[in-house]
Write a protein that binds this ligand. Structure first.
Ligand SMILES: *[C@@H]1O[C@H](CO)[C@@H](O)[C@H](O)[C@H]1NC(C)=O
Ligand SMILES: *[C@@H]1O[C@H](CO)[C@@H](O)[C@H](O)[C@H]1NC(C)=O
Ligand SMILES: *[C@@H]1O[C@H](CO)[C@@H](O)[C@H](O)[C@H]1NC(C)=O
Ligand SMILES: *[C@@H]1O[C@H](CO)[C@@H](O)[C@H](O)[C@H]1NC(C)=O
Length: 406
């Protein structure tokens, strides 16, 4: 049975102890992965935790499968994803996207009196639904679904481990409480009529112990983790369906400096009200861009029902938002969690800007330098470093602009 030790002494103190003792302590203590400063050689040296939590370090990141959706014709993207996955020691499986024009009207749930959506919208929706349907059909306990142009940090496993600690704190019942339906977040699973509009910030990682999950290392009481996006709000005070818990993690060295983080959701509360390098974990409110999300089996079934079989009235990400918020004809009560900034982001390859997307117009420009928004030690941008077995990672978004070497 794994346990979370909350008052763990700071690492520095541990180092002061005798070697044998350190070894013994580390062996028996659940340790939060250290988050070394960029340039540190100790990356990845912490052993994975024991028990179910350790599965987050497995080849499917603690989910049962990782699916990547996209058109088979985009071999450039598939090459990139296969390489990134190999360099991260993870296994992916492609799910073929389709061109919207190939989806007949009869196959699209329509709304009376409304026109067919643009073919780009239809193609994207179908690609995601194919992946979600696969989760249901194969009865997977959970799956991570990524778009085929995403990138992530070299430290993705540590990031997801920390996400899991937060997700458990927000959704698992408190340990040892007489009533097993008592949660750290008093507005979970649903804010009652008298619930406060906001609750105080919860500091990472000093959480009271929660009941350990038995199926997923991330907890057993969730539908969707929308962790690759281009914007989220903190839950609005007036949102009746959305729990208000907000976990704040300071000094996350994987978070880019303020000048390099952005969102489609204004105001950008994370940037405006918190110190630099703050990461937040909370429930989904007005998510934008479905770059990467995990689904549980129960979440996938409900998605097939609510987003696959109800009218296709908007692009997939807006439908995912409606699903999470119990809005626009979708049933309330889903548990969708997120983190800001997102841990999966678009990679923008060098080359003609029009190659960015098969569904939208991206102009005739030429991108000189590849980049991945907001990801500091991007796997894509560190392919050379990783293949050479080195650890002097290129930090795309350093705090101080250093003179370019060489
Ligand atoms: C990784 O861990 C998850 C959660 O326990 C599990 O469902 C999945 O099968 C594991 N993946 C592999 C490749 O063993
Ligand atoms: C979208 O697809 C439909 C069905 O194949 C086709 O009739 C229509 O012309 C397409 N629309 C555009 C703008 O290409
Ligand atoms: C799906 O998996 C669950 C356990 O994860 C099992 O109880 C159930 O019987 C399975 N359903 C089908 C149709 O295989
Ligand atoms: C975060 O880092 C700053 C500066 O490095 C330090 O002063 C502060 O104590 C740190 N806070 C936490 C919670 O570790």
């Amino acid at each position: 049975m794994e346990q979370i030790h909350l008052r763990q002494p700071p690492k520095r103190l541990l180092f002061a102890l005798v070697g044998v003792l350190i070894f013994g302590v580390l062996l028996f203590q659940f340790s939060i992965p250290s988050n070394p400063q960029p340039g540190s050689a100790s990356w990845g040296s912490a052993p994975p935790p024991a028990g179910l939590m350790g599965d987050i370090y497995n080849s499917t990141l603690g989910y049962e499968k990782i699916f990547v959706v996209g058109l088979p014709s985009r071999s450039d993207r598939r090459d990139t994803m296969v390489l990134q996955a190999a360099l991260s020691d993870i296994q992916i499986e492609f799910i073929d996207g389709v061109m919207g024009k190939d989806v007949p009207n009869k196959a699209i749930p329509m709304e009376r009196g409304k026109d067919r959506q643009p073919n780009a919208t239809i193609g994207s929706w179908r690609a995601h639904m194919n992946a979600i349907r696969e989760v249901v059909q194969r009865n997977l306990t959970s799956a991570l679904i990524l778009e085929d142009d995403t990138d992530w940090d070299v430290r993705i496993k540590q990031q997801l481990h920390e996400f899991a600690l937060a997700a458990r704190a927000l959704t698992q019942p408190l340990h040892g409480s007489p009533n097993t339906n008592t949660y750290l977040d008093p507005t979970f699973p649903h804010p009652g009529p008298d619930s406060p509009g906001a609750i105080g910030d919860i500091a990472f990682p000093e959480f009271p112990a929660t009941v350990p999950p038995t199926v997923s290392p991330y907890g057993d009481n969730w539908d969707v983790f929308w962790i690759g996006h281009c914007g989220m709000h903190f839950p609005f005070e007036g949102s009746r369906n959305i729990p208000k818990g907000r976990i704040i993690r300071l000094n996350d060295s994987t978070v880019a400096p303020k000048r390099n983080i952005w969102t489609f959701n204004i105001p950008f509360t994370l940037k405006d009200q918190y110190p630099a390098h703050t990461r937040a974990y909370h429930h989904v409110q007005e998510g934008v861009c479905s770059l990467g999300y995990a689904v549980s089996q129960r979440g996938a079934r409900k998605l097939l029902h609510e987003v696959g079989l109800k009218p296709l009235s908007e692009p997939f990400d807006l439908l995912l938002r409606a699903y999470c918020e119990g809005d626009r004809g979708r049933r309330a009560g889903r548990q969708c969690l997120t983190t800001q900034p997102g841990v999966f982001q678009h990679h923008r390859a060098a080359g003609p800007a029009s190659a960015m997307s098969d569904i939208g117009e991206h102009g005739d420009g030429w991108r000189e330098l590849p980049m991945t928004d907001m990801i500091r030690w991007s796997v894509r941008m560190n392919a050379d470093v990783l293949m050479e077995g080195q650890t002097d990672f290129v930090d795309q978004w350093p705090d101080e602009k250093k003179e370019k070497a060489g």
